[in-house]
Write a protein that binds this ligand. Sequence first.
Ligand code: GUN
Length: 289
Amino acid sequence: MPAVRIDGKAFAEQLREEVAVGAAGFTAETGRQPGLAVVLVGSDPASQVYVRTKMRQAAEVGIASFPHLLDVGTGEAELLALIDSLNRDDNVDGILVQLPLPAGISEAAVLEAIDPGKDVDGFHPYNVGRLSGGKPVMVPCTPLGCLLLLQDRLGDLSGLKAVVVGRSNIVGKPMAQLLLNASCTVTTVHSRSRNMAEECRQADILVVAVGRPGLIGAEHIKPGATVLDVGINRVEDAQGQSRLVGDVDYAAALDLAGGVTPVPGGIGPMTVACLLRNTLTAAKQRSNK
Ligand code: GUN
């Protein structure tokens, strides 16, 4: 039986509607909208698209966004000064610094400068620690989106075997922590793993976040597994047309898996919806509403 196409786009829409209701309630109670500062350094085209999408969707759910689009030559001290001023700004509930940052700016220094209460990406060491201690406060958006889709599809994840492909700080590591917190048996595989296909074939849940088109094929998928494809890769097809694909061979996954997320329309929309949800959470926590 072919796999179910897991519709992240539709689920994200539902999530945004819930955030819109919460944001309207917050605004009625406090007299101001929840606020999200979005910081982009440089002009990386993909980052520009992501940042624009985040701000447009924020506006659609009643979250005020404060864009800070900085020149690629911006220095670390200037960026840290901006973050300091956003930390102090009472209209700003969430601060998002789009990654990657240009060479010469320390990502760690920047992420550590963000007030953990406004860290809607969940990248500050305080929030990383809270997650690994099993008491998360602000959870990274992409793994949170994956978890919500998995719980929606599978219910209780307890005891399931989960394999996470990729060990980035943004997706792989927090994803593994979330799945462990949900009582899965978790394995992380990465570029140095010796038996990747064999490990992946054990997985009831396979989350792939590497950024390599076609990395995962039929030989990696257990029949009936739930496959979440986090990769977003721009490739040229035989006609020279540019299109987006994930890390998973979608046709192979459709054949074998129980459920699979498409690219685009799978995890991508969930990431943005979870950012908006985190911003509302931060706003409520800051004002004790
Ligand atoms: N770059 C790629 N993904 C993300 C993300 O989730 N948050 C931020 N801040 N930058 C990113």
